[in-house]
Design a protein around this ligand. Structure first.
Ligand code: MD3
Ligand code: FE
Length: 212
């Protein structure tokens, strides 16, 4: 198993451990290929906002026992793809290893949300609070074009700061940061050669259910 190039965390805020360049190019390529294979089995879908049905600009898929989906009826985790009805593909073992390294005290992740950004996609400021287990951190990995990530506090009106997330970067959000507001303001097209078609893939690993 290849080694991670940089396991030194930069604590950018309480509970936010940033690992710039955690994955070297070979690791990024291996992960990319694993995710592209998953997207054949579990094709990207476009989530819709609860109530209004307004489509997200980001397309999504999932791997692992549970996947996050959103439509007119609400946000939820479910074991099957919303369009094919099939179980989500298994999580690549390498993702489970990265989780063990970055979240050593947490039970294993149950969901890996795959967010797909084209040149115009963004994600508005929000909290991740659809999980029963809020003691476990959320671990995020970035592949492809860079993104301008915005991180706030636990209240929507709190001051925010911006961070550029690049291909191969990882961040773990735990403790006081677990319910921080966050979003993606924009991506920078052409900033990475990892994805042949351009764009950005974000992988977000989460523990969903409580494990006493
Ligand atoms: C801070 N994804 O899927 S990853 C999401 O890049 C999501 O696609 C963004 O926000 C993306 O929910 C941001 C960084 C991230 C993920 C989860 C967090 C930051 C977080 C959970 C709590 C606090
Ligand atoms: Fe989020």
């Amino acid at each position: 198993m290849p080694t991670l190039s940089n396991l030194a965390a930069v604590v950018v805020a309480p509970g936010v451990d940033y690992f710039p360049g955690l994955l070297d190019r070979a690791e990024q390529e291996a992960l990319r290929d694993g995710i592209l294979a998953i997207l054949v089995e579990a094709p990207p879908f476009r989530p819709r906002m609860p109530r209004t049905g307004k489509p997200f600009s980001v397309r999504m898929s999932n791997c692992g026992p549970l996947g996050w989906v959103s439509d007119e009826t609400g946000y939820r985790y479910q074991p099957t793809h919303p369009e094919t009805g099939r179980a989500w593909p298994e999580m690549p073992p390498r993702l489970l290893e990265i989780w063990r390294l970055l979240a050593p005290d947490a039970p294993p992740p149950e969901a890996c949300l795959i967010n797909l950004y084209d040149a115009n996609a963004k994600m508005g400021l929000h909290q991740d609070r659809d999980e029963q287990e809020l003691a476990a951190p959320v671990v995020s990995l970035s592949l492809g074009d860079s993104a301008l990530f915005r991180l706030g506090g636990r209240e929507r009106g709190d001051r925010t700061r911006s961070l550029k997330l690049q291909s191969g970067d990882a961040i773990a959000f735990g403790g006081p940061a677990r319910l921080a507001f966050h979003g993606i303001d924009r991506i920078t097209p052409g900033s990475s050669t990892l994805l042949a078609e351009g764009g950005r893939i974000n992988l977000t690993l989460r523990r969903v259910s409580r494990s006493e």
